[in-house]
Every structure is written in structure tokens, then in C-alpha cells.
Design a protein around this ligand. Structure first.
Ligand SMILES: NC(=O)c1ccc[n+]([C@@H]2O[C@H](COP(=O)([O-])OP(=O)(O)OC[C@H]3O[C@@H](n4cnc5c(N)ncnc54)[C@H](OP(=O)(O)O)[C@@H]3O)[C@@H](O)[C@H]2O)c1
Length: 214
């Protein structure tokens, strides 16, 4: 696939690198310096390059949105028309000092994003893992037991794309249902962050869902 990264920070930089290493064509965009985007593209050691958000959008069939909630409108304006693109979002709708969700209960960041880009099917994914685990999960991708990663969305084709990318990074994709389920996965992302950054175990934290037999 050709994948555009909108927001090349901790999440976008790492996931873009792993997508490139998994064999996808990646365009890194949206950082405060072009040099950083070029450095990421070089170090990805795959088919990756730096570009503008518009180039990332134009050239791709899937996009990863990985910016702070306060930057969403700016990056979407720079990306231009995203009609027909699959948009994966890991962005959590946080306030400016990252202490609270600004959307919740009756909606979610993913649903608000979908309203902003009506022609582009949105899938919420990768918002429930700390970026620190991504390389380890990728390194263990051939193991039988892989950590779970929940995702949700309304469009079947977009979800198939998302599931493939989730598997490529090394997770077992777990379909949580329609996009409105992001109302629950986004607060779950905060629980994971709380455990990772304020709990005892540190950020090397991934999760597994298991069915218990009765
Ligand atoms: N980090 C995690 O573990 C994690 C886990 C789950 C979900 N999330 C969510 O994922 C999203 C991204 O998180 P992150 O940790 O990857 O954030 P981040 O490291 O701050 O990355 C954000 C990107 O946006 C760029 N940016 C910010 N302001 C800009 C501006 N004015 N012009 C151009 N580029 C600008 C940053 O540029 P620079 O590179 O130059 O700083 C950076 O590349 C957030 O919504 C967060 O809630 C994060």
C-alpha cells in the first residue's frame, strides 16, 4: 500500500517506519522541520520519503492521522481533499495540557474526525498502545501469541485495510465494531497511558484479550 503519515512524531514516526519495513510505500509529513521528515525517511530503511501533507494525501490509498487534537484542523486543511482515502486515526481528543478528553460519552474524536472528512472512511486504531511498545511488537510479529489491538470503523473495506496494517505491525487485530465504539476505545487509551506512564511497569505495555471458557 501507499501510506501517508499525517503527523510524524512519536506515533507517526514509529508506525510509518514499521509500515515501510513491512513493505509499504510511506510518505512522512507534518513535523516542524523538513529535515526531521527526511531523517525519518532515511532511517526507515524501506521505501519512504518526506513530503507535504498534500503529497501524503495525494499519493496514498491509506493515511495515518497522528497529531495532537489541537492540530487536526490545520493538518486536514494542509492535506486537502481526502475523499476515498482510508484514514486511520490514533489521535485522542485531548485538551491542550493532555489532562482530559474534550469529547466523550456521546461522541468521540474519531466520529468528529469522520464528520470533518465525510468522503473518507475513518478507522480508529493504534490509539490504545504506548508508542514505546511498537518496535518490540514488530520484532515479535512472527510469534504465535501476539498482543491484541482494538480497532473500530463503519466501512468494511477500510477496516480490512486497517486490520492488515495492524497485523503488519505485529498485533492481532480485534474488531470492536462500528466507529461509535471509539467512545469507549478512546478512554481505554487513557487507561493504557495511565498504566504505562504512572503505573509500576512503565510504558512497555501491550494487552491481550482472552475468552474465558465456562
Ligand atoms: N505517544 C503515544 O504513545 C500515543 C499513544 C496513543 C495515542 N496517541 C495519540 O496520537 C496522537 C499523536 O501523538 P504523538 O505522541 O505521536 O504526538 P507528537 O510526538 O507530538 O507528534 C505530533 C506531530 O505533529 C507535529 N506538529 C505539531 N505541531 C505542528 C505544527 N505547528 N506544524 C507542523 N507539525 C506540527 C509534530 O512535529 P515535531 O515532530 O516537529 O514535534 C509531530 O511530528 C495524539 O493525538 C495522541 O493522543 C499517542
Amino acid at each position: 500500500m501507499r501510506i501517508g503519515i499525517l503527523g510524524s512524531g512519536l506515533m507517526g514516526g514509529k508506525l510509518g517506519t514499521l509500515f515501510a519495513r513491512a513493505g509499504h510505500d510511506v510518505v512522512f509529513s507534518y513535523a516542524r522541520s523538513e529535515e526531521k521528515l527526511k531523517r525519518l525517511a532515511r532511517s526507515a530503511k524501506g521505501n519512504a520519503r518526506a513530503g507535504t501533507p498534500r503529497e501524503a494525501g495525494q499519493d496514498s490509498n491509506a493515511l495515518l492521522l497522528a497529531v495532537h487534537w489541537s492540530r487536526i484542523d490545520d493538518v486536514l486543511a494542509q492535506a486537502g481533499d481526502l475523499a476515498g482515502k482510508v484514514v486511520l486515526t490514533c489521535s485522542l481528543p485531548m485538551n491542550d495540557d493532555d489532562t482530559a478528553l474534550v469529547i466523550g460519552n456521546t461522541s468521540s474524536g474519531a466520529e468528529k474526525l469522520a464528520e470533518k472528512i465525510p468522503g473518507a472512511p475513518v478507522v480508529a486504531a493504534f490509539n490504545t498502545v504506548p508508542s514505546e511498545v511498537l518496535f518490540d511488537v514488530y520484532a515479535g510479529r512472527h510469534k504465535a501469541a501476539r498482543p491484541s489491538l482494538v480497532y473500530c470503523g463503519d466501512d468494511r473495506r477500510a477496516k480490512t485495510t486497517a486490520a492488515r496494517l495492524i497485523r503488519d505491525v505485529g498485533f492481532e487485530p480485534l474488531d470492536a465494531g462500528p466507529l461509535r465504539i471509539a467512545r469507549y476505545t478512546e478512554p481505554f487509551g487513557l487507561l493504557v497511558a495511565q498504566l504505562a506512564y504512572e503505573g509500576k511497569g512503565g510504558p512497555r505495555l501491550a494487552y491481550t484479550f482472552q475468552r474465558s471458557k465456562s
